[in-house]
Ligand binder design. Structure first.
Ligand SMILES: Nc1ncnc2c1ncn2[C@@H]1O[C@H](COP(=O)(O)OP(=O)(O)OP(=O)(O)O)[C@@H](O)[C@H]1O
Ligand SMILES: [Mg+2]
Length: 299
């Protein structure tokens, strides 16, 4: 990564970007996370996964969440989804307390969660029928979302007939079909190869441009975080706490051409600095028996 001192600081924003953030903060608050804490009881005693997490997500915001493994990202998103109850604090979605799972939140996980015995269309219709739509209405609605993710030709295919990227597109269509107030995604593209991942990121941006959608996504990929997000919530582990909320100074609309822009690199540098502090790069001595000949050193 470039250490070029002429790079603008990640906090420096062009007038256009500064205007966009001012406008974003004027938008209604979709998600209000207030002093959230979560302690698990484990065999080794209590584990505090999250401590005093507070932030707000505004309408049509795309928020990324990053942090070292085990810092509580999945716990946070599971609480937002209502799949886990917090030990402290509360979550408000459009002002209403989240007390359990509901169709007002769409979830996409890293692992493929489609029903293998249902076609693409039936998978997308599933939630629609559960929420009381007639079959004809559910089918009409499902077709629209399948078209949006570019899979109309595959509406009668089964999940095993699709590639990983296509399965995740169906999962996104299924999550969006109920018109959730927020789309929550836990490492949605983590299992995909680099090329498929890049096209999924472009797809997501394109979908987001066309519909009124607020997104909170977890990723381990710093490029992905900077490329997609308006703001990035950086968490630290043990216990999981907010380290920083970064306003990404990269202009929209985004394109892959921006990956080498100074503001993109400066933001990535900052994320790197926050989640991989220097102390962790000290020489690691492993108690391993040497299995090479003397003189075989590779460094
Ligand atoms: N059900 C549970 N019972 C006990 N401890 C748990 C439970 N779920 C999570 N934890 C602990 O809470 C902490 C946060 O876990 P979590 O899965 O939220 O982290 P994460 O940031 O999503 O990690 P990764 O990046 O590896 O996915 C970890 O220490 C984990 O062991
Ligand atoms: Mg996780």
């Amino acid at each position: 990564m470039s250490q070029d001192s002429t790079l603008p600081d990640y906090k420096r924003q062009s007038p256009e970007v500064a205007r966009r953030f001012a406008e974003l903060k004027e938008r209604p608050v979709k998600l209000d996370v207030r002093s959230l804490g979560k302690t698990f009881d484990s065999a080794k005693g209590p584990v505090t996964a999250l401590n005093d997490i507070s932030f707000q997500c505004h309408r049509r915001e795309m928020m990324g969440v990053i942090g070292a493994s085990g810092c509580g990202k999945s716990t946070l998103i599971r609480i937002l989804a209502g799949l886990e109850t917090p030990s402290q604090g509360e979550v408000l979605l459009e002002g209403n307390a989240v007390t359990g799972p509901g169709p007002d939140r769409g979830m996409v996980f890293q692992s493929y969660t489609l029903f293998p015995w249902l076609t693409v269309k039936k998978n997308v219709m599933f939630g629609l029928e559960m929420t009381g739509n007639s079959m004809t209405a559910a089918e009409r609605e499902a077709r629209q979302w399948i078209e949006l993710v570019g899979l109309s030709k595959f509406e009668n295919s089964y999940p095993h007939e699709l590639s990983g990227g296509m399965k995740q597109r169906v999962a996104i269509a299924r999550a969006l079909a109920n018109r959730p107030k927020i789309l929550l995604m836990d490492e949605p593209f983590g299992a995909l190869d680099a090329q498929t991942r890049a096209s999924m990121q472009a797809y997501l941006l394109e979908i987001w441009r066309h519909i009124d959608l607020t997104v909170l996504f977890i990723t381990h990929d710093l490029d992905e975080a900077v490329y997609l997000a308006d703001r990035i919530l950086v968490l630290k582990p043990n216990p999981g706490e907010v380290l920083e909320m970064i306003e990404v100074p990269v202009a929209r609309p985004r394109s892959a051409d921006q990956f080498h822009d100074p503001e993109f690199l400066a933001t990535k540098d900052r994320l790197e600095e926050l989640i991989h502090p220097k102390v962790q790069t000290e020489k690691i001595e492993l108690p391993i028996v040497r299995m090479t000949e003397v003189g075989d050193d590779v460094e």
